[in-house]
Design a protein around this ligand. Structure first.
Ligand code: CA
Ligand code: CA
Length: 317
């Protein structure tokens, strides 16, 4: 299957071959749930926050799964919900400080499609969640700004406390030095009830020795994700760590959504692509177990991971 991360039939991969069942067992999961139980907009919707280069909801495979701020009227130049941000309807652009978090770089749109491209619609690709709500927080293009990241963390805490059912944030970036301020802000998102799913980095490093942030902060509510390939090997670029990386997920030759001007879909490699597979699974679990804590969801993901000898010593599971 071309989206081998969902279902690896052994016939697709970096060398043209794969290992059957080296995947996230999405077909099996979809027999249980394909995402949020259908509910009126704004009520108990499972929301995944994508903190990245933005999301282009003009890709028709993402449009229906865009989160809408239930307290904000779009494009009326009024801060209807009084949170200090005018027209934050899809999320917010904390890099440019405006209401349009549309992605032009392409990274965040790819990540978002892995989490939640609309399923079963005869278009392009399928997300781990067929139905979910994607909140777009734009923090820059390639290099995300520290201030924009802090704004994004604060935003998801505020929305969660208002009752928006944000189950996880996806954080496919990193490499900045350790920061007490960042750690504190991330800790607040976890304390609010949001699992922090983060990429382990693409430096082929041992993160137990060369620390990588934010995935490496010592917080129980962070799920640090390295990348595997379709031949059931660790990706050659993936940073790993027996203590500092929790799991590996598909991150090589990952087909997902792109902004329309970049061609709607493409393959990308990276731990950035692995992390949203895990964040997507968190969304499915959030649908099955409403109100579950980030610690519980992380534990369930780790308990459900296939333990393979080739990954021994490279991650917790
Ligand atoms: Ca507002
Ligand atoms: Ca408004």
């Amino acid at each position: 299957a071309i989206q081998w991360g969902h279902n690896n039939d052994g016939f697709f991969g970096p060398s043209g071959v794969g290992i059957a069942d080296a995947d996230i067992d999405a077909i099996e999961a979809w027999e249980i749930t394909t995402g949020q139980t259908v509910s009126p907009e704004g009520v108990n919707e499972v929301v995944i926050a994508i903190i990245d280069s933005g999301v282009d909801f003009n890709n028709p495979d993402l449009t229906a799964n865009a989160w809408h701020n239930p307290r904000e009227i779009p494009d009326n130049q009024i801060d209807d919900d009084g949170n200090g941000l005018v027209d934050d309807y899809f999320g917010y652009d904390f890099a440019d400080l405006d209401s349009d978090p549309t992605d032009t770089q392409g990274h965040g749109t790819h990540v978002a499609g892995t989490v939640g491209a609309v399923g079963n619609n005869q278009l392009f690709v399928t997300g781990v969640n067929w139905n979910t709500k994607i909140m777009a927080l734009r923090a820059g293009d390639a290099g995300l700004s520290s201030a924009a990241l802090l704004g994004s963390y604060n935003y998801i805490v505020e929305q969660k406390l208002l009752g928006v059912n944000i189950v996880a944030s996806n954080n496919s970036y990193g490499g900045s030095p350790a920061s007490g301020i960042d750690r504190f802000a991330i800790s607040a998102t976890i304390d609010a009830g949001i699992l922090f799913v983060a990429a382990s980095g693409n430096d082929a490093a041992n993160n137990d020795v060369t620390q990588f942030f934010p995935s490496g902060y010592d917080l129980d509510g962070i799920l640090a994700v390295g990348a595997s390939d379709s031949a059931e090997q660790v990706a050659i670029f993936s940073s790993n760590g027996a203590a500092s990386v929790d799991i590996h997920a598909p991150g090589v030759d990952i087909l997902s959504t792109r902004p329309p001007q970049l061609g709607f879909v493409d393959f990308l490699d990276g731990t950035s692509m692995a992390s949203p597979h895990a964040a997507g699974v968190a969304g499915l679990l959030g649908d099955l177990a409403p109100g579950a804590s980030p610690i519980d969801i992380k534990a369930w993901i780790m308990a459900g991971t296939d333990v393979k000898p080739v990954f021994a010593g490279l991650s917790v599971t």
